[in-house]
Design a protein around this ligand. Structure first.
Ligand code: PAF
Length: 286
């Protein structure tokens, strides 16, 4: 595995030869865990060469303390990436991606970015402008054929797919199913900040999503009943959800009735001091 920092070093390494098959790319903010390992291993199975970036992107944080306290562990990250099959590990500096200052200038329609996590009471609509800006600059530097993202960030995945279509980029966006701890909690770098009690409490989130999924499979058609059930279970466990919503996984439009098509049931909630998100795709009975 080669380790590079500047954008010019990255270009030089990529120009050396591309190996056989497509170039795979896994963009990350570092603090790699088994969820990232899954993305990198999938990329290494499917691609000739795999690039992983680790960059804590300032423009997607609405809170300076959150940005400052985001875990940075480049040595451990490089080890995990290498073991999972990464060929080029890129840790850009802020100036490599933002040579003209920290401005987010790539956006997609508000319909996708001002709902769920993009609502004012969540992370705000500018969060996704930060994500699309950095991902489009990373894509421009890496020029991948396939890019891998976790389905846990379902809204981010929908936003990045839209950006790729808007910009007509020849990149396949591949979503990879959420990796969970054996107790059901979706893996996230933020889980490290949960104390034992909050972690126990947080398990109500995957439990509630699983129950809703079972209800949908047993024939419940009203998404209002499903979201009410999830909300009720969370509140019963002392969690006040920021949102519990049923939406179309592609255009994120609200869905009122199970209609034979997959429906995204998404949750965000702060447990202890930690904001968690999770989701499930409801299949329902047609
Ligand atoms: O999902 C993440 O880790 C980040 O949002 C991403 C896609 C790497 C952009 O900074």
């Amino acid at each position: 595995m080669k380790r590079v920092t500047s954008r010019s070093e990255l270009s030089a390494v990529l120009a050396e030869g591309s190996g056989d098959g497509p170039r795979g790319f896994v963009p990350t903010m570092g603090a790699l865990h088994a969820g990232h390992r899954e993305l990198i291993s999938r990329a290494s199975i499917e691609c000739g060469r795999v690039v992983v970036s680790a960059f804590v992107n300032p423009t997607q944080f609405d809170d300076a303390t959150d940005l400052a306290s985001y875990p940075r562990e480049p040595e451990a990250d490089a080890k995990l990436a290498q073991a999972a099959g990464c060929d080029v590990f890129w840790t850009p500096a802020v100036e490599d991606l933002y040579p003209d200052g920290l401005e987010a200038d790539v956006r997609v329609t508000d319909d996708l970015t001002s709902v769920l996590c993009g609502a004012e009471e969540g992370r705000g609509p500018d969060h996704f402008a930060g994500v699309t800006t950095v991902v489009s600059r990373l894509f421009d530097a890496v020029r991948p054929d396939i890019a891998y993202f976790g389905e846990k960030d379902a809204q981010q995945l929908a936003v990045i797919r839209r950006m790729t279509t808007d910009q007509q980029l020849p990149i396949e966006i591949r979503g990879i199913p959420t990796v969970r701890d054996p107790d059901g909690l979706a893996l996230s770098s933020r889980n490290l900040r949960l104390d034992a009690r909050s972690r126990e409490q947080a398990l109500a989130i995957p439990r509630a999503l699983r129950e809703a999924s079972e209800m949908a499979m047993s024939g419940e058609r009203s998404t209002d009943s499903l979201t009410r059930h999830v909300r009720h279970l969370l509140i019963e466990n002392g969690i006040e959800p920021e949102y519990v919503e049923a939406r179309d996984p592609d255009d994120l439009a609200p869905v009122a009735e199970m209609n034979g098509r997959p429906v995204l049931l998404a949750v965000a909630a702060t447990v202890g001091e930690v904001r968690l998100i999770d989701n499930v795709i409801l299949e329902g009975r047609s």
